[in-house]
Design a protein around this ligand. Structure first.
Ligand SMILES: [Cu+2]
Length: 177
């Protein structure tokens, strides 16, 4: 009996968390703020109660991510850290993480990023941001950058490095379950 009671309490708590998570999806799906610019006061209180999923992604001088697939639960706050574990500077081997909205033509996006991505920072061009769910700034060897975003609805999403010429090799899928 005692065990049963504990189980049902856990189930109710679980349901409440799911309900919270769904609300957050709608509010935060377009949030792309970088953690370094978000102060605790600006974060909705509920976001701090939520379990945060930590994701680490490495990129190296050989123009590769160490993961081609990242799985996350829908509606959760994702704290993603991109580590550039190489040595080359941003000017020749910059890397970033760009999560694209569903339906985005990855090749067309990458082509525009080549045309419009400006030295020396090679940030995601502003004209392309409407197609982006979340992205980091572009970093060079030895640097790291962390962003937080809420996992979008269940589905498969492309992520790339938008540094000129990298997307063909540096790409993968964010699987939201
Ligand atoms: Cu890159």
């Amino acid at each position: 009996m005692k065990k049963l009671k504990q189980l049902s309490v856990t189930a109710i708590a679980g349901m409440m968390m799911v309900a919270c998570g769904q609300n957050k999806t709608e509010e935060q799906v377009s949030t792309t703020a970088e953690t370094e610019t978000v102060t605790p006061a600006e974060q909705p209180a509920a976001a701090q109660d939520q379990d945060t999923i930590e994701v680490a992604l490495n990129a190296e001088d050989a123009m590769k991510f160490d993961k081609s697939e990242i799985k996350v639960p829908a509606g959760k706050l994702i704290r993603l850290t991109l580590h550039h574990v190489g040595k080359l500077p941003k000017s020749s081997m910059g890397h970033n993480f760009v999560l694209l909205k569903q339906g985005t033509d990855v090749t067309a996006f990458a082509t525009k990023a080549v045309q419009e991505g400006k030295a020396p920072d090679f940030e995601v061009p502003e004209s392309l941001l409407p197609e982006v769910i979340a992205h980091t700034k572009t970093i060079g060897g030895g640097e790291s950058v962390t962003i937080e975003f809420t996992a979008p609805e269940v589905g498969s999403y492309d992520f790339i490095c938008s540094f000129p010429g990298h997307a063909a090799m540096m790409n993968g899928k964010l699987i939201v379950e």
